[in-house]
Design a protein around this ligand. Sequence first.
Ligand code: SF4
Length: 295
Amino acid sequence: MMEVILRDVGNVLTRTTGFLKTVTSHSLQPYRGCTFGNSLCGVGCYVRHNPYVTRGRSWGSFLEVRENAAASYQRHWRRERNWARRRLGQFGVFLSSSTEPFLPQEFRYRVTGSVLEAMLEQPPDLLVLQTHSHRVTEYEDLYLELSQRCRLRVHISIETDLDTVPGLPRHASSVDRRFDAACRLKRLGLFTVITVSPLLPIRDPESFFRRIGEAADRVVIDHFIEGDGTADGSRTLKTALPRAMKQIEEKSIGLDYRDRMVQVAQKFLPGRVGVSIDGFAGRYLTSGRPMVEHG
Ligand code: SF4
């Protein structure tokens, strides 16, 4: 049973802390909760462990719709932008880190859409759209306009080439549909990044990264170790994800596996591969060292 409630937010622009601070100055959540929580990405989702968000509710069972998100953005834009530019040199927004901006419910309530429209008038310096859904393409006209007003990166998560992972629920959005979405946005000239995050076992790494090389401008490879907000992946180790990963590829739960995939990716995307948080921040490997390219 899914509980959907309408709830206003005070300030929708949250100043980032922790690892996200190196990516953007702010995050913006159009919703609290996520209706993809019971799909594959929800299994290892680090937000499910955040009591401030869940407030005792099980992950994937609730959604708070922040109907006033656009109004809140407009109200706080100047103050937050000035603060960010003064402290960090730029006002960057990560949309979103604790929910999915393009949930099926978005196309009823249109919270993300209204925020993007508000950004046309009051843009950030940098906007990173982070999604697990092929439905990201539904606002492509807005992105084309926004990309004239700010630096825009669209990050589409595709964690594996497997349509199903034994022992885990299905993807909320199929691998093929997410690839199609990336191809479409890239063809429109939008800066498109596929985030392999968290990296799951890949059946055919050569084909997978070749396909990414065609569908996206960049790739980011992010293992749950170093990637789930704990240094040793201890948050994810408590979930069903590592067991399912091991059953397909024993070594996939270690960083050696990630490094092997990075090597394959570099064959097909030379100079276009980001690793872990550096990749999310727009730093891609050049001669083995991460260089800022699209900050
Ligand atoms: S879409 Fe994102 S926030 Fe929602 S369950 Fe998946 S990983 Fe978590």
